[in-house]
Design a binder for this molecule. Sequence first.
Ligand code: ADP
Length: 471
Amino acid sequence: MRVHLVCILLVVGLVPLYAGMQIMKTLHWKQGYETRLEQIKEQGIALAGRIAQSGYLQQQMQPDITAQLQVLSSTFAGRIVLVNNSLVVVKDTAGREEGKTLISEEPICAMRGETKVYYNEEEGIAQVVMPISVGVTAESSGQVIGAMVLEGSLADVIAEHNLFQENTVVLMIGVAVLLLVVALVVSGVMTKSLRTLSGRIEQVTESYDGTQIIETGNYLEVERIAGAVGRMMDRVAATEKSRQEFVSNVSHELKTPLTAIKVLSDSLVLEPDVPIEMYREFITDINAEIDREAKIVNDLLSLVKLDKTSGELNIAEVNINELLEIILKRLKPLALKRGIEMVFESYRTVLAEVDEVKISLVFSNLIENAIKYNRDGGKVMVSLNSDHKFFYVKIEDTGVGIPEEEQGLVFDRFYRVDKARSRETGGTGLGLSITKSAVQMHKGLIKVQSIPGVGSIFTVRIPLSFVMTVQ
Ligand code: ADP
């Protein structure tokens, strides 16, 4: 990021500077070149007037004009050529072309009354070609009787321009160095908070102790990143804590039946003459503990499977009335054993897009709990209703109830309000967390209301149409 920032600052600073220098160079050259041309032209016009009046083109008898031509050509470090109207060179200050006929574009244009300027870049010479006319007045440009070619060297203009160019290059390098220093300082200041933040993140990553990453830099964005990273770390820590708790709970839960089995079997093995009745009793207990262990393992597997296959639901249209009736029928013997009455109330026929197996698990767990945690001779009321979006199942019991402060915890894995009672009834503490996972997979909602000693109401709300989550 720092390198990018330096590059941006350099580009932002240097590009306009470079463009400005190019414009200045062009203007400088233009100014030097045009000033020189103006000087040549001015002198040329004055001379052309005198030549026209003196008849110098016919006979070169005026020594003062000849002298003036020489002075002028040496002033411009160049040459002056005079051509009469037959294009014959009558005077060449360099003495090279006299008597020759000049058939080229320049004098021909001048004969038409035009003044033209040529620049020979290779030799560094500017050439002004102008007509020599008689009878020039304010209204008329007179009659062209010849042409004058004035050549002037631009060596001094070029030399001065080259010096100017060199100076601009030096200036440009100076400014570039200055900009680089400024860019390094500015980028250093701007990225300082980020560097500190990344250092803190690394520190925290090595050993997270719950302290928040607080970056009190000057930048709101950096503070936001620090906050977001802090929240992420908290979440990771919470997940890790829950994972550790889960592992320790699983180990504990699995160990309890094993310990019981070990104690029972030890007493059988270590006792030399165990009466057959005691054998039978202990073996029955061992058998029950094995069943319990198997139930915990099965519930754990269901839970893991629910986590793994979220999104892999087997969705089909299911008649919820029929589904609840089947579950109630299956659980009826359990209720009858304790004289519990079961009532099913349905307001309408509900067809919903659900995973039948998982939704059966939800209602089986809830109805089974309503029986398990009920009092003998109690009542379980199941009702089904729907609107245009959801269906609602309410499972109400007249059981022991759940204290208010524990109502939010019963969906946690292995959480049991009354450990002894749950154990007695063969509970593993996993039923409600399996139920909640399955409901959430259907984008549903589960709620509990309960009054200890009076009973509990579990309400489930599930969308009638399955909502696919885009992953
Ligand atoms: P368990 O296998 O112990 O029944 P659950 O996850 O199904 O596990 O339930 C967790 C705990 O919530 C139970 O141990 C019980 O204490 C309490 N609970 C669940 N349903 C009811 C209910 N209908 N009435 C009273 N307590 C309940």
